[in-house]
Design a protein around this ligand. Structure first.
Ligand SMILES: NC(=O)c1ccc[n+]([C@@H]2O[C@H](COP(=O)([O-])OP(=O)(O)OC[C@H]3O[C@@H](n4cnc5c(N)ncnc54)[C@H](OP(=O)(O)O)[C@@H]3O)[C@@H](O)[C@H]2O)c1
Length: 389
């Protein structure tokens, strides 16, 4: 029985992780949960999974939860400290990090420092502080287990031939909701259009990142750290069916891929059960039904965000943290109707240009760069509604 702490339990990944736990009651026990503001769902989760610790976003949220769970033996905490406490909870063996964005960095570090294996859905933590997080994990013998379907695919393929003979990683991208929207219309698409993902049902932020392909850019950086590979050996191709989750090429020219239906419960299950594989009743792959698997090159002009991600990781130091912060601000402004879709890359580029990168050697420096660029971009763009593209 593996004891789990699940952070971001009310989100898309968190809910699916709890489905995995529900389907394997003999394999997993939930000892801690953490979420932000969705208290109704969190209350249901506490009553069903009976964790010993639960964290919510705010003090008011914690008070409201206490009211609801008065007769229930659970410790309730809140805020950044609560999230870090849940991440490092003494009873947990493995922490699943599935909060969205930069909020995941501090709990990721807390989990690793407490010696918890870390199943990582929150790619932003690795993007911001890949060197720090991987070094801390290595020093403590902590496993970083990918939840992203692409990185889970690469991780699984590498189990065959090992890291030493790896030549190239090929990440697949669905192309997002706007894949077939003509280039000249892209600048003016609405949040509703960009949120309408063809193959995956995910949280809002990652769905917008998929439409801009920044999600793939963040994944390139994630691959750099998870698999210790120079990004010049990480390629991206479009694969609209989301069946081949990624591929690796070995030095002898052999290419391995991992295939499964587009269902996040599978990579979540493997990250939680690793190194074991557990039988399950989730839908299986029927290739005859899928009929055809297609692949297309990326149009880099259409997707400038991907290029910025390559640039940021090559700049190194605090630049990827700045890229991430600028992207989070841009997505928020777009969803709030304050900038157009076409302005998202402009905000990111402005963020990268405004920042003088430091070496990013410690958490404080990374968090300071994150804050500085958020302040700068919010000040520059907020309240200047849709001034063209
Ligand atoms: N969804 C996918 O299929 C998928 C696939 C691969 C990777 N990922 C990655 O997984 C992460 C989560 O994505 P998602 O789609 O599951 O997002 P989501 O649906 O928006 O859920 C985010 C979760 O984080 C919680 N949260 C947000 N800010 C928080 C804070 N400051 N403190 C505590 N909890 C906080 C939310 O709580 P409340 O809702 O209660 O406020 C919610 O439980 C992202 O980094 C994403 O890139 C997602």
């Amino acid at each position: 029985m593996k004891r789990l702490s699940i952070l971001g339990s009310t989100g898309s990944i968190g809910v699916q992780a709890l489905e995995v736990v529900r389907a394997h009651p003999d394999a997993f026990q939930v000892v801690a949960l953490a979420a932000g503001g969705r208290l109704d769902l969190l209350t249901e989760q506490v009553l069903e999974f009976r964790p010993h610790l639960v964290s919510v976003g705010t003090r008011e949220g914690a008070q409201a939860l206490e009211e609801r769970l008065r007769a229930f033996p659970v410790k309730i905490c809140y805020g950044e400290e609560g999230l870090a406490e849940a991440a490092a909870y003494s009873e947990a063996q493995l922490t699943l990090l599935a909060v969205v964005g930069a909020a995941g960095l501090t709990p990721a570090i807390a989990a690793v420092r407490a010696g918890k294996d870390l199943a990582l859905a929150t790619k932003e933590a690795l993007v911001m502080a890949g060197a720090l997080l991987t070094a801390e994990a290595a020093a403590r013998g902590v496993k970083l287990l990918p939840v992203d379907s692409e990185h889970s695919a690469i991780f699984q393929c590498l189990e065959g031939g090992g890291r030493a003979a790896l030549k190239r990683i090929i990440l697949t991208a669905s192309g997002g909701a706007l894949r077939y929207v003509p280039k000249e219309r892209l600048a003016s698409v609405t949040p509703e259009e960009a949120l309408n993902h063809p193959t995956w049902n995910m949280g809002k932020k990652i769905t917008i990142d998929s439409a801009t392909l920044m999600n793939k850019g963040l994944e390139v950086i994630e691959a750099r750290w998870l698999f210790d590979i120079d990004v010049k050996h990480v390629d991206v191709i479009i694969h609209p069916q989301s069946i081949v989750h990624s591929l690796i090429e070995y030095v002898d020219g052999s290419v391995l891929a991992q295939l499964s239906p587009p269902d996040m419960r599978l990579p979540i299950l493997y990250a939680l059960s690793y190194p074991d594989r557990l039988a399950n009743a989730f839908p299986t792959l029927d290739l005859v039904h899928v009929a055809s698997l297609t692949f297309e090159p990326i149009d880099r002009e259409r997707f400038p965000c991907l290029e910025y991600a390559y640039q940021a990781v090559q700049m190194g130091g605090t630049a990827p943290a700045v890229l991430n912060a600028a992207n989070e601000v841009a997505v928020e402004l777009f969803l709030g109707g304050e900038i157009s879709f076409g302005q998202i890359p402009q905000v990111i580029e402005a963020g990268l240009r405004a920042h003088r990168p430091g070496d990013g050697g410690n958490l404080d420096e990374i968090l300071a760069a994150d804050r500085e660029i958020r302040d700068y971009l919010s000040h520059t763009y907020r309240g200047k509604v849709n001034q063209g593209s």
